[in-house]
Design a protein around this ligand. Structure first.
Ligand SMILES: Cc1cc2nc3c(=O)[nH]c(=O)nc-3n(C[C@H](O)[C@H](O)[C@H](O)COP(=O)(O)OP(=O)(O)OC[C@H]3O[C@@H](n4cnc5c(N)ncnc54)[C@H](O)[C@@H]3O)c2cc1C
Length: 240
């Protein structure tokens, strides 16, 4: 296991009402898109809390970016949202994770399905793809309750305008669809079938990330829609 290293929070930016972006300078080695870091907080009395956070930035970026959701009764996420400030240092270790990863050489077609803050590691893949593999078809299906909860919406719109092989579908479970191709209901196998048909690609690499319940529902839906199990990789953040 890699060593804990001091890393500096350079900037904090709101992404949505419940998500903040944290940009850190760290001596950690270059990551592969999809990997995460562990954070360790230590109180004066020696009490420790450790949590994992996916890296949202592209491999090789000068700072690493974390996207952290506020849980009102959470321990570490509330530290980030209410206490952490630019200039503070925290302990990180990583990059970690050898299964939920994508490199440009892995190719596609690439299907990414995100629920809420689960977009973080998939954004690292989108950014890596945008920098080096734009000919590979990529579809991002990104589900939140409302459009106000979509992180990175401007970046995704800009990418869509310039990269013909990039498709982005916003799923808003408590709001009407934003655009014609978007969806205003929870994703199920019928929705996935329709999205795959509209995309016109057979995904060869599929990454699903979000809460336990989201990952479970999407995986069942994908299998039902005929996507073979061996191409599906999942990352579960916990929670309901
Ligand atoms: C590989 C990986 C990557 C991740 N990446 C991200 C990411 O990019 N962004 C992100 O926001 N999250 C991510 N997570 C989730 C993250 O690690 C934390 O789980 C999340 O931030 C909540 O931590 P917390 O300390 O704020 O909440 P916690 O204090 O851990 O609480 C979480 C929930 O559990 C309940 N709970 C806590 N303790 C108990 C108890 N003893 N009994 C009953 N209930 C309890 C709380 O009420 C709360 O609802 C990732 C998880 C994994 C495994």
């Amino acid at each position: 296991m890699s060593a804990w290293v001091e890393s500096r929070i350079d900037r904090v930016e709101p992404a949505t009402p419940r998500l903040k972006r944290f940009f850190l300078t760290t001596p950690l080695a270059r990551h592969v898109a999809g990997q995460h870091v562990d954070v360790r907080l230590t109180a004066e009395d020696g009490y420790e809390a450790r949590r994992s956070y996916s890296i949202a930035s592209a491999p090789g970026a000068s700072e690493i970016e974390l996207l952290i959701e506020r849980l009102d009764d959470g321990e570490v996420s509330l530290f980030f949202h209410d206490i952490a400030l630019p200039g503070d240092t925290i302990e990180l270790r990583g990059p970690l994770g050898g299964h939920f990863i994508w490199r440009p050489a892995d190719g596609g077609p690439l299907l990414l399905v995100a629920g809420g803050s689960g977009v973080a590691p998939l954004m690292a893949m989108v950014r890596d793809w945008a920098g080096s593999a734009r000919a590979t078809p990529l579809m991002l299906v990104y589900s939140t309750r409302t459009s106000a909860e979509l992180a990175f919406a401007d970046e995704l719109r800009a990418l869509e305008a310039t990269a013909p092989s990039f498709t982005w579908v916003a799923v808003t479970t408590r709001e009407a669809p934003l655009r014609e191709r978007d969806r205003g209901r929870r994703i199920d196998s019928a929705a996935l079938r329709a999205l795959l048909a509209a995309w016109g690609q057979r995904p060869a690499q599929v990454f699903v990330c979000g809460s336990n319940r989201f990952v479970e529902a999407v995986t069942v839906g994908l299998l039902d829609a005929g996507v073979p199990a061996p191409v599906i990789r999942t990352e579960r953040y916990g929670g309901a």
